[in-house]
Design a protein around this ligand. Structure first.
Ligand SMILES: *[C@@H]1O[C@H](CO)[C@@H](O)[C@H](O)[C@H]1NC(C)=O
Ligand SMILES: *[C@@H]1O[C@H](CO)[C@@H](O)[C@H](O)[C@H]1NC(C)=O
Ligand SMILES: *[C@@H]1O[C@H](CO)[C@@H](O)[C@H](O)[C@H]1NC(C)=O
Ligand SMILES: *[C@@H]1O[C@H](CO)[C@@H](O)[C@H](O)[C@H]1NC(C)=O
Ligand SMILES: *[C@@H]1O[C@H](CO)[C@@H](O)[C@H](O)[C@H]1NC(C)=O
Ligand SMILES: *[C@@H]1O[C@H](CO)[C@@H](O)[C@H](O)[C@H]1NC(C)=O
Ligand SMILES: *[C@@H]1O[C@H](CO)[C@@H](O)[C@H](O)[C@H]1NC(C)=O
Ligand SMILES: *[C@@H]1O[C@H](CO)[C@@H](O)[C@H](O)[C@H]1NC(C)=O
Ligand SMILES: *[C@@H]1O[C@H](CO)[C@@H](O)[C@H](O)[C@H]1NC(C)=O
Ligand SMILES: *[C@@H]1O[C@H](CO)[C@@H](O)[C@H](O)[C@H]1NC(C)=O
Ligand SMILES: *[C@@H]1O[C@H](CO)[C@@H](O)[C@H](O)[C@H]1NC(C)=O
Ligand SMILES: *[C@@H]1O[C@H](CO)[C@@H](O)[C@H](O)[C@H]1NC(C)=O
Length: 467
């Protein structure tokens, strides 16, 4: 995205009015609270307590029994429908692949299609398969690297990474290939990877490496090296390494991680900070220490993939990974950091995920409303690469999913049937709506199905083989 601020930085869009079907929705508005829902419901939900919760809340618009896969699928379908009701790319006046901008930036569309790919895989619902495929294809761009000319005004390396993750997922799960004359999804991911390598090298005059946030010097944010861009490069490199067995990708994943630690964007406790400026000779010496859930999440899944690549599969029953490589420690450390930073905002909401930098102050922007989606997504994906994290991660998903569905309302939701808010710890709809909110609810709910999901494939002969 563009503007003066990183997606992760506070400001610019914080006070933007949200709209729902053209009507302005004031933040912090409670007038549409469904009757009978208390604002002070206890939110300390355990797995066993969930049935009681459902019984006590018959008016909940998205019923969810976290112990029942069919119920989880129905809840995810409701959220997916709500999300897709905001998509206008396939109707007159829309742009194929894009949710309407403004207010939804291009990157958020890419992120949403990756969410829909996960929806397809986790639930088995094919309803949006073709819409998702069409969207991913539409934005590949003429140069086959998710660099569409129309988005040059605000294209960041992170934006491209979020689209490339959709393409990478398509590789890993044999999603329908792009039509002629496009190259394969894998070739497109390799193109994006090599663009990152080129841009890293071009930016190596400062900070001893690191991708700048932005692709083009004309964009605000050019003088900023941030975790989401470098984390995007890191995760893509790790996934390409695992899929192809090509050591070039592996070496870059190591290099990006090492750089991120060296400049302090990942600290010794695995906290991940937003970024560092290179304006005025700063040379990454002064960090923006804001923590955002998507930064820890993007490194987490990359670390889990590296763990999977470097640790032999554990013998049955051993739990796995405990003797592990440094990547096992990083994976576990990042999960612990996520739990410390993005859970349990108040004593009445133990175990509920929240965006600590903006939710309590009611200042999240349109991008930031979506960040919990990626934390949920990559926590779940992590368990496929590092099965020893399953129980820990389940705890980080279940309470949040139970809280998330309560952030939705059917009041005035129109054709969307339900609309969802962002502040899950409230126990009711918060008066906001948008792509990020619906995506987050959908992803945290569908992530509960991860145990029944096949892990991403690999094919060591697909692009050069072990190199
Ligand atoms: C929990 O406490 C916070 C802060 O006091 C409050 O805003 C929120 O509404 C409470 N949530 C519930 C479910 O009562
Ligand atoms: C949450 O509930 C569980 C189970 O009832 C209880 O053991 C735990 O102490 C509670 N946590 C808080 C912070 O209230
Ligand atoms: C939730 O699902 C479990 C497993 O299917 C079932 O045993 C339980 O009765 C369900 N709870 C409710 C309230 O339906
Ligand atoms: C939750 O309760 C509602 C209303 O009683 C019921 O219709 C629904 O089937 C329940 N959902 C689950 C998943 O148990
Ligand atoms: C357009 O997208 C919506 C939302 O995904 C979908 O429901 C609808 O079927 C699509 N229409 C066509 C013609 O593909
Ligand atoms: C999806 O696309 C495939 C291939 O073009 C087509 O065969 C199928 O009928 C489409 N499905 C739907 C529901 O439109
Ligand atoms: C900038 O930082 C890098 C390492 O982060 C260091 O190698 C380089 O010497 C620094 N450059 C200046 C001009 O201080
Ligand atoms: C860890 O190492 C110990 C001692 O060598 C061994 O007994 C155990 O099986 C190993 N665990 C795993 C998961 O490899
Ligand atoms: C790597 O991933 C596979 C597939 O999910 C899994 O079976 C295996 O246990 C993982 N390896 C480690 C060391 O966690
Ligand atoms: C997945 O399975 C593990 C046991 O291997 C269990 O602890 C965990 O709760 C399950 N996760 C979910 C989301 O159901
Ligand atoms: C692996 O990649 C090779 C080369 O692209 C291809 O011929 C082969 O069909 C792939 N195998 C699988 C299982 O996808
Ligand atoms: C591995 O990937 C890199 C980066 O795309 C490529 O340059 C190299 O040729 C590949 N190695 C082999 C053995 O194909």
């Amino acid at each position: 995205m563009g503007g003066i601020y990183s997606k992760g930085m506070l400001g610019l869009l914080a006070l933007l009015q949200l709209t729902w079907h053209g009507q302005a929705v004031p933040l912090n508005s409670y007038q549409n609270l469904p009757a009978g829902i208390s604002q002070h419901l206890p939110l300390n939900i355990t797995r066993r307590a969930a049935p009681t919760l459902n019984q006590s809340l018959p008016q909940q618009v998205i019923p969810l029994n976290i112990s029942d896969d069919a119920s989880i699928r129905r809840a995810a379908a409701t959220a997916a429908y709500s999300l897709q009701s905001m998509y206008n790319g396939n109707s007159t006046g829309g742009v194929l692949g894009k949710f309407p901008y403004p207010p939804f930036y291009w990157w958020l569309s890419g992120a949403s299609w990756d969410g829909m790919l996960h929806y397809w895989l986790y639930t088995g619902d094919e309803s949006y398969y073709n819409v998702t495929w069409e969207a991913l294809v539409a934005q590949i761009s003429e140069t086959n690297n998710y660099l569409p000319v129309a988005e040059k005004f605000d294209e960041g390396n992170d934006d491209i990474a979020f689209w490339a993750f959709g393409a990478m997922f398509a590789v890993e799960h044999s999603f329908r290939p792009p039509p002629h004359p496009y190259p394969s999804w894998l070739q497109i991911c390799d193109n994006v990877f090599n663009d990152f390598v080129t841009r890293w090298r071009a930016a190596s005059d400062t900070c001893g490496g690191g991708l700048r946030w932005q692709v083009f010097p004309s964009s605000a944010g050019w003088d900023y090296k941030n975790s989401i861009s470098n984390g995007g490069f890191f995760q893509l490199a790790a996934r390409l390494a695992r899929y192809t067995g090509n050591a070039t990708y592996f070496a870059w994943a190591e290099k990006v991680w090492d750089w991120t630690e060296r400049v302090g964007l990942i600290d010794e406790d695995f906290n991940v900070y937003d970024g560092a400026g290179i304006d005025g000779g700063k040379n990454c010496t002064s960090l923006d220490h804001t923590r955002w859930s998507y930064n820890v999440a993007i490194y987490l899944y990359g670390a889990a993939v590296m763990h999977n690549l470097t640790v032999p599969a554990p013998a049955a029953g051993t739990g796995g990974g405990e003797n592990g490589s440094i990547w096992t420690k990083r994976t576990d450390g990042l999960i612990a950091a996520a739990e410390r930073s993005f859970y349990s905002p108040y004593t009445n909401s133990t175990g509920v995920m929240y965006e600590q930098a903006c939710e309590p102050g009611w200042k999240c922007n349109v991008d930031q409303f979506s960040f919990k989606a990626y934390l949920a997504r990559w926590l779940a994906d992590t368990t496929l690469m590092a099965p020893h994290t399953r129980a820990t991660v389940a705890n980080l998903l279940e309470t949040s999913a139970a809280a998330a569905v309560r952030a939705c309302t059917s009041t005035n939701a129109g054709a969307a049937r339900v609309k969802c808010g962002a502040h899950w710890y409230l126990g009711h709809w918060d008066g906001t709506t948008g792509v990020g909110q619906a995506l987050s609810v959908m992803e945290v709910v569908q992530s509960l199905l991860v145990n029944g999901t096949r892990p991403p494939a690999f094919n060591w002969t697909s692009l050069g083989g072990p190199g």
